[in-house]
Write a protein that binds this ligand. Structure first.
Ligand SMILES: [Zn+2]
Length: 433
């Protein structure tokens, strides 16, 4: 594959007239100042493929159906959908959800996967059948999958300690951390699939079990301090913040990603930064669920790399997540330009947070992931190429290549009519059909 970009975002910054050659799924040559020759011309500005570092695929079914209420009433709706999913319905929903992500320029997704078992918590004949559905969905959609298999053992954390599981939560639980580890040990990696682990939260995993999950190989993710109630309960029960509790369990460090990181103390920020833990912000979710605004700039300054995720998919648009990261900081600080476009692009392409350190850069040897973003749409016309991350949306994505394979061409996914796939997967979950 030989491609030509009038503008491409390379590791050193924007470059002009870049000839890109792809072989065996990798960039074989990247030559700025070249001539197009017989190479195919890509429109607009070419960016590295985007990394969606935090996803729960099935939450896509909740979009446009949970207005009003609070975080906890939204969670109630989410549980109602979870109760109606089986491996076949999960495959259809995840396939369409991942195709929508590809249309937004995503080339790899970190799936924080906790819907493991059948109704009542009874394992399927294959205890990893639901993970298998995700694997197949990502392959069909043409994006890489990092299966962050999530340990979920308790129904919550109250002032008196951990709560028993509610009925639907039984589907999330393996019963014990040892049983979780046993099931996860059967998961296999493949060229497009990495296996990692996740601690759902300090609400759902007792302190004594954190070390077991933290000891698993691969990337480690955890929901951290999304709601003040989690902090209050953690302080009441353990006498420390969730971040401190995770640090004491050995769960922070360069292979860890803390998701949300919204309600942190100054000491928590220092702890995450010093340990090299990535902070993954999900701004459209944090807006939708009225979570609050986390200390993104402080975390970055303290040493924590940043990543972005679409989480519950109220919006599937990583470029919008990046713009909201900056916008939230502006509202919080009443200053502009808190993150440069290059810093936003770094957060958009942090594939290392989901176990793909050889992706996210257009350079020789890296995985051949790229996104061509149009600069001639109503949103982008007349803008400067170097400010595109502050302007463009998923609707401006024209071409997407993942691991050297073209997945989106002229704004169309290879699976065809993705809105129809989404509707066909979601409608039966709400009508009982
Ligand atoms: Zn989440």
């Amino acid at each position: 594959m030989r491609l030509f970009a009038e503008r491409a975002w390379l590791p050193a910054g924007l470059a002009a007239d870049v000839l890109i050659e792809v072989a065996a799924g990798r960039f074989a040559a990247v030559t700025p100042g070249g001539a197009a020759g017989d190479a195919r011309r890509l429109p607009g500005v070419v960016l590295p493929g985007l990394a969606n570092a935090h996803s729960h695929a099935f939450h896509r079914a909740l979009r446009g159906r949970t207005s009003g209420g609070d975080f906890w009433s939204w969670r109630h709706g989410m549980y109602a959908v979870a109760a109606r999913l089986d491996p076949d319905r999960y495959l259809a929903l995840a396939r369409a959800t991942y195709a929508e992500m590809a249309l937004a320029g995503v080339t790899a997704v970190g799936e924080f996967h906790y819907l493991h078992h059948g109704p009542g918590g009874t394992p399927y004949a294959d205890p990893n059948a639901m993970a298998g559905a995700l694997r197949e969905a990502a392959a069909d959609a043409g994006i890489r999958l990092t299966l962050l298999d999530t340990c979920y053992l308790a129904g919550g954390l109250g002032p008196g300690g951990h709560l028993p599981l509610e009925e639907v939560q039984r589907r999330f639980s393996d019963g014990t951390a040892a049983a979780w580890a046993e099931r996860v040990s059967a998961l296999r990696e493949s060229p497009g699939v990495r296996v990692g682990a996740a601690i759902h939260s300090v609400r759902a995993v007792p302190a004594a079990d954190l070390g077991t999950v933290a000891g698993a190989p691969g990337p480690l993710h955890v929901h951290l301090s999304e709601q003040p109630a989690e902090n209050e309960a953690c302080l009441a029960v353990h006498g420390v913040t969730p971040a401190r509790l995770l640090a004491e369990a050995g769960a922070l460090g360069p292979r860890t990603t803390a998701v949300h990181a919204t309600h942190l103390t100054a000491a928590d920020v220092a702890l995450l930064g010093r340990s090299g833990t990535t902070a993954c912000f999900c701004p459209t979710t944090e807006q939708d669920l009225a979570d609050g605004i986390g200390p993104a700039r402080e975390l970055r300054d303290a040493g924590a790399p940043l990543a972005l995720g679409s989480d519950q998919h109220a919006v599937t648009d990583l470029l919008t997540e990046a713009r909201c990261l900056e916008a939230h900081e502006r509202l919080r600080s009443r200053r502009r330009g808190i993150f440069s476009p290059a810093e936003l692009l770094a957060a958009l392409t942090r594939h290392a947070a989901i176990g793909w350190p050889d992706a996210g850069r257009i350079e020789v040897g890296a995985r051949a992931d790229l996104v061509a973003v149009r600069t001639d749409t109503v949103r982008t016309a007349g803008t400067r190429a170097d400010q595109l991350p502050l302007v463009a949306t998923a609707a401006d994505v024209d071409t997407v290549v993942a691991d050297g394979t073209e997945v989106v061409t002229a704004g169309r996914h290879r699976l065809g009519d993705v809105p129809r796939l989404l509707a066909a997967a979601i409608t039966p979950l709400w009508t009982g059909d």
